[in-house]
Design a protein around this ligand. Sequence first.
Ligand SMILES: Cc1ncc(COP(=O)(O)O)c(C=O)c1O
Length: 389
Amino acid sequence: MSTREPTPAHPGGPPLGDGTRLVHAGDEPVVPGAPLRPSPVFAAPYHLGDQPPGTGGADGYARPDNPTLRVFERAVGELDGGDCLSFATGMAAISSAVLALARPGDRVVLPSDGYYTTRVLARDELERFGLRVELVPTLEIGDVAARGDLEGARLVMLETPSNPQLDVCDIAAVARATSAAGAVLAVDNTTASPIGQRPLALGADLTIGADTKALTGHSDVLLGHVSAARTDVGRELHARIAAWRKTTGNAPGPFEAWLGHRSMGTLDLRLARQAANAAAVAELLAGHPAVRGVRWPWRAEDPSFPLARRQMLRPNGIVSAELADIDAVLQLVRTSRFFLAATSFGGLHTTVDRRAQWGGDAVPEGFVRFSCGIEDTADLVADLQRALG
Ligand SMILES: Cc1ncc(COP(=O)(O)O)c(C=O)c1O
């Protein structure tokens, strides 16, 4: 299921696959006697000697930039096809992208059905700064764009596939509209991951990731990033967001950056197993009489399937479905061995999250988001069969 990068290793050579790109992303050419990957550099200030800060490109202070962050950002930027800035969390990346660009009075269009904390950010913080926030469903943003209604917007953010309902919208079509309207298009690419979808190649100005999820994939680190397109607009946005991060100070520490880089090397393998597990779990759920509304954008029956197949590069492990009620979800969690009750997604472990318990999503009480992990498919299927009865 792995996709291949159009850029070959050598001019005229074969294109590189995801596995190769991920293992080598960000690395300098090997040096005999040196480790394959540099260790994290733990420093806040750097020794200046008798030189002014920044002399010959030397580091002075870790907040704006440091060697470990640079390597990690180079790696993620390579995957996205843009210039990356890493943040302490996914929400730090999203809030920075909005707040670095928008001014009081600006119209900002956000998804009404994406990750709910983005809506909390809009309601509790952005409106306080005088931004005019408009919430549009993922399935409607294409029509809004086609009608020319993005005219006058400063920033449009999409989340596709949306979390948790897994609707998909056409990034390239919205990008044409935002570009014509002089608006910035940012895409929250978290559910897809940088190897599952390349928003910058589809015309977005910014792609955003909550790297807490599949990119790092071990449920042990919080990280986020924004990558900007390598265009004049993208370079300007990158400079603005970098300045914002330097001043507000929400960069990750070197340990997190190093751990993120260390973890992402296996994304190709993890995503392949997670997707295989999701295909089996979705099929089983869809065939069960007590389960409704199964969503996995790569099931041929899914309403997102035609667009997902055209726009995305590969599937992942996130499935959503509606069980009868709260008790049915609790029963599933109690009786299964491997479907662990936990929020977040994209990790090694299979998890099930009853979204209504968080109060942010407009979903029924029995609506669950499954994040299929990397366990053996047969074990998950047997466990789920037993638990559903
Ligand atoms: C789609 C999406 N974007 C952003 C975030 C925020 O990420 P973080 O929890 O790292 O701040 C999440 C977290 O669940 C998410 O699902």
